[in-house]
Unconditional design. Structure first.
Length: 296
């Protein structure tokens, strides 16, 4: 199954006086980058989330947000003095920098300050958060399953597009191979004409030497090796698309190999129809590379 690196899922839950909402989303990236926004007063929560997400995704920029709220009751909210001091210092620094640039900032209310992360603690420090942690982590598999379901649906659509592009590359490669013989005949006639012209206008030229040089030119413009490699790359792409392991990196490397052969084919073509096929190949490969960037 092909997974897309793009995905989203949301989930809500409750335990005792607490209610929460999960939000997980991902976009493509070279590796796995997990970014968390979660309460820091629940001991052990962050490593548990990172471990679970790392087991569900192999690549991508994954952002996980968890908001936990507690039913209003005496002692449920407490002001974090240290966090408030840090916040006020940063706000003062921002205000001074804005003034220096001639910018006027809107005044901030107490409610704005209270809403900033860390200023208010939603649970007393001495409270045992282990039961809450257990309830939160118990919901992670459901959240990640929904997340992966979306990535799998997008991956299936990607796989279908990529398979069609591989088919197109195979068809163009076969078309180029069929043209090689026709090009060889035209090229041989061109070389014979060139050789005759040279021999007519050159006294004392070594006919064998000239023939050797022209034969060398013919060898350097032979494209059969590039076509053979394109056939091999098509087989490799199909094998990757049909596998189970994450394959985005390998497909990305394969796109470079496809492009290298198409470039060489164009440079060696010296035949209008073969050049056209080479350019068509480059266009399809470029489109395929864009799609591969989203494959896990």
């Amino acid at each position: 199954m092909v997974y897309s690196m793009t995905g989203f899922a949301a989930l809500k839950g409750a335990y005792g006086d607490f209610a929460w909402s999960w939000d997980i989303r991902a976009v493509n990236a070279k590796g796995l980058d997990i970014r968390l926004r979660a309460p820091d007063w629940i001991e052990g929560l962050e490593p548990a989330i990172r471990k679970a997400v790392g087991g569900a995704a192999a690549r991508g920029n994954v952002s996980v947000s968890l908001r936990v709220a507690r039913a209003a009751e005496e002692g449920a909210l407490a002001l974090n003095g240290a966090a408030l001091d840090r916040t006020l210092s940063l706000l003062a620094e921002i205000s001074h920098a804005a003034e220096a640039k001639g910018l006027a900032l809107a005044p901030m209310t107490a409610a704005d300050l209270a809403g900033m992360r860390g200023v208010l603690d939603v649970a007393a420090a001495e409270e045992d958060t282990a039961p809450l942690l257990k309830a939160l982590t118990a919901q992670l598999p459901e959240l990640l399953s929904s997340f992966n379901d979306m990535r799998a649906r997008e991956g299936a659509a990607l796989a279908e597009v990529l398979a069609g592009q591989v088919d197109r590359i195979e068809a163009l490669t076969a078309e180029a191979a069929a043209l090689v013989d026709a090009r060889s005949e035209a090229q041989a006639e061109t070389l014979r004409t060139a050789l005759a012209r040279v021999m007519e206008n050159t006294d004392g030229a070594d006919a064998d030497r000239v023939a050797q040089e022209l034969a060398l030119i013919a060898v350097k413009t032979d494209v059969r090796e590039e076509l053979d490699r394109l056939v091999a790359h098509v087989a490799a792409a199909r094998e990757l698309l049909g596998g189970d392991a994450p394959r985005g990196r390998k497909l990305d490397f394969l796109m470079q190999e496809f492009n290298r052969e198409a470039n060489t084919l164009c440079s060696k073509a010296q035949f209008a129809e073969l050049t056209r096929i080479g350019l068509d190949l480059k266009a399809v490969i470029d489109q395929m590379r864009e799609q591969v960037q989203n494959v896990e």
